[in-house]
Ligand binder design. Structure first.
Ligand code: GLN
Length: 277
């Protein structure tokens, strides 16, 4: 008997219904609305579906299988070159966007940009902004550039180590530094879900023995790049709030929670006037 959408769904009771439907869509190219009519599925799409199901059953994240993810206002291409943008990082985008909303052509730096998600969503929100995204991984930078050109967004993506990669003329002119850096301690790798540990780039997750190493470097370098009154905002691990208040103590910092109520962001501001010694 020919397969239909409902017979394929019945074959994968172990998958969440919405995931199974997304894999059917990917295999068949059917629109969501067309699937409701339970149409027959051609044999080659059935074969494609079973390949996709095997990948999912092995633990590959759905977003890597679909090769796309929505982040705020932008749809990104995503693959194993970069971390899959998380819902909490969309909150980071919302807070960051609000900080620069009233500014005319702000300069924005996204450190550890990965797929370019924060940089691109901010540029989308504020087309007049000058946005630079930096990453230590040349593979992530290649993906971010592909995303920029697919979205038609003019963001400068540069490969390098945090601030070292920035154009020198941005010195003391940056309105916003935003970052979702690696913030997991090396020993915590064993505690990560297998989907994360086995598929996502370790260099996007692990910061070093303590976890706050990269955050410390951002706190240490930000002052030289921010204009007086410029903002710095980073995603942090839920147990790192106190440590980050200390790291960012020169920036009058505060901690914001994510939608699950966990401390997740440190937000600070460079003093309005340079210190007089
Ligand atoms: N929140 C991510 C995770 O737990 C980690 C992101 C990061 O290290 N920047 O998978």
């Amino acid at each position: 008997m020919a397969s239909t959408v409902s017979s394929l769904l019945a074959e994968v009771p172990d998958l969440a219904d919405h995931e199974a439907r997304r894999l059917i869509q990917l295999a068949t190219g059917l629109a969501r609305s067309a699937m409701l009519g339970d149409p027959p599925v051609p044999e080659e799409a059935v074969v494609r579906f079973s390949e996709l199901v095997s990948r999912r059953r092995r633990g590959e994240p759905l977003q890597y299988i679909e090769e796309t993810v929505q982040f705020g206002p932008v749809e990104l291409n995503i693959d194993r070159r970069a971390l899959i943008p998380r819902p909490e990082t969309e909150r980071l985008w919302e807070i960051s966007a609000a900080l620069i909303d009233g500014l005319d052509a702000p300069s924005v730096v996204d450190l550890c940009t990965g797929s370019g998600n924060l940089a691109l969503a901010l540029k989308h929100r504020q087309p007049a902004a000058f946005v630079v995204g930096v990453d230590l991984s040349p593979h992530a930078i290649a993906l971010a550039k592909e995303n920029a050109s697919a979205l038609g967004l003019d963001v400068l993506f540069v490969h390098g180590d945090l601030f070292e990669a920035l154009p020198a003329d941005l010195c003391r002119k940056v309105d916003l530094i935003v970052s979702n850096p690696p913030y997991i301690a090396s020993a915590e790798i064993a505690d990560l879900p297998a989907e994360v540990r086995d598929y996502e780039p370790e260099s996007a997750l692990l910061a070093g023995p303590i976890g706050i190493e990269i955050l410390a470097r951002i706190a240490g370098g930000a002052r030289a790049w921010l204009r007086p009154g410029g903002w710095v905002i980073c995603e942090i691990g839920e147990t790192q709030g106190e440590a980050c208040l200390h790291l960012f103590r020169d920036f009058d910092p505060r901690i914001e929670k994510d939608l699950a109520g966990k401390p997740r962001f440190v937000i600070g501001r460079a003093p309005q006037l340079p210190n007089v010694h």
